[in-house]
Design a protein around this ligand. Structure first.
Ligand code: ADP
Length: 402
């Protein structure tokens, strides 16, 4: 069966078409500048999706973007399937499922209403995700669709982990609490980690997944279930990220707003978009650029790297305490999978927990590998994430019997 995975943003739409016989990606691409004067579709196909076909055109809305994606998929020159009917189901990434969704679900009216009800919690993403869903309904009527939520995996957190210490009425009236994000990645990676650890005769009861990319979050996973995670009501909370500050004293918001004469919204925008690695280094939000600058002697870039690693290390320590022990630390996403120095920097100082990094093994990039010494009490692994495949697998599971 072929499954189309869609990640719809407000003005863009990413897609991947999977052949679930061997979980391979047979085409993928991006429709950009939807709703603007000039749009662009970049469609990749062929062996290892290396060939590229670009169309410059106007997309009136998400429906016209999906329409063009489907045309590209069946095109006689650049297509990969003979007919749209070969697509057995569509899986959609949806940012916020609030506390309504603990797992992925088949999209029906009730599901769409629940996604709408979560718009106050995901004001930028959920409406865009819905546009993607409705666009597919319009052009692929009858093809089952599935919603996969970024928040769902974290719904097993106990109240002591997800509540904020603010008056109860804000939780009861406005659902203010920690939700956590990157859940599809944390679920996929922790699931794979448990399989791999067990296959190597290693304990996998208490693990920490470090999803370190542009956006970063950690989760504490006990017996396969999330018990805590670092992102909160929004993805701003937690560790230092590419452009997000992560944790700050909330009073910083009012203080900076007053000093600079800017609004709370502008201040939060600064914390989301101009802070983190970018804000501290002044160089870039991209870890590779910050690494280069630090290696060239840029002190602010070095500080950004130190803050990044120190913050993650503190979370690892606190989650080890929260779980009452630790069996494994798992690294994933762009930085976690590729940045050996970054990983070593995070793990440095955790020897007291029984973490022993193997320098040679830690050179690995983008591949599943153990990076701790054999016999290390707490093992460390790199496990590549694949959120799109996880969405496709859920979609297959929920629709295969239909
Ligand atoms: P997103 O959150 O956008 O999905 P990714 O998971 O793709 O992000 O991660 C992007 C980050 O990974 C960037 O900061 C990038 O610099 C970093 N990265 C990718 N390759 C390397 C590398 N070889 N060394 C260090 N950082 C890397």
């Amino acid at each position: 069966m072929k499954i189309l995975v869609i990640n719809a943003g407000s003005s863009s739409l990413k897609y991947q078409l999977f052949d679930m016989d061997d979980n391979s990606v047979i085409a993928k691409g991006l429709a950009e500048r939807i709703g603007m004067e000039s749009g662009k579709l970049t469609h990749k196909y062929g062996e290892n999706t290396k060939q590229e076909y670009v169309v410059e055109t106007q997309f009136k809305d998400h429906t016209s973007a999906i329409q063009l994606v489907l045309e590209a998929l069946v095109d006689k020159d650049h297509g990969v399937i003979a007919d749209v009917s070969e697509i057995g189901a569509v899986g959609h990434r949806v940012l916020h499922g609030g506390d309504k969704f603990t797992a992925s679900c088949i999209i029906d009216d009730a599901c769409k209403q629940a996604i709408k009800d979560c718009i106050p919690l995901g004001p930028l993403h959920n409406p865009a995700n819905l546009m993607g869903i409705e666009a597919c309904e319009a052009v692929m009527a009858g093809t089952p669709q599935v919603a996969v939520f970024d928040t769902a995996f974290h719904q097993t957190m106990p109240p002591k982990a997800f509540m904020y210490g603010v008056p109860m009425k804000y939780y009861k009236e406005h659902a203010v609490r920690r939700y956590g994000f990157h859940g599809t990645s944390h679920r996929f990676v922790s699931g794979r980690a448990i399989e791999v650890l067990k296959a190597h005769g290693q304990k996998a009861d208490k693990i920490i997944v470090c999803h370190l990319g542009n956006g970063s979050s950690l989760s504490a996973v006990v017996d396969g279930k999330c018990v805590d995670t670092s992102m909160g009501l929004t993805p701003l909370e937690g560790v230092l990220m590419g452009t997000r500050s992560g944790n700050v004293d909330p009073a910083v918001v009012e203080f900076i707003a007053n000093k600079e004469g800017i609004s709370v919204t502008d201040t939060l925008n600064m914390l989301n978009k101009k802070s983190g690695l970018l804000g501290i280094s002044g160089v870039s939000s991209d870890m590779r650029d910050v690494n280069t600058a630090a290696n060239e002697g840029n002190a602010d870039a070095r500080l950004a790297l130190d803050m990044w690693a120190y913050g993650i290390r503190k979370y690892i320590g606190s989650y080890a305490a929260a779980m009452g022990g630790l069996d494994a630390i798992i690294f994933t996403a762009g930085i976690g999978e590729n940045d050996a120095a970054g990983r070593a920097n995070v793990l440095k100082g955790l020897e007291f927990l029984g973490v022993e990094v193997d320098e040679e093994a830690n050179k690995v990039r983008g591949k599943e590998a153990m990076i701790s010494k054999p016999g290390s009490k707490v093992v460390s692994w790199v496990i590549p994430t694949n959120e799109e495949l996880a969405i496709a697998m859920d979609t297959l599971e929920l629709t295969a019997s239909k």
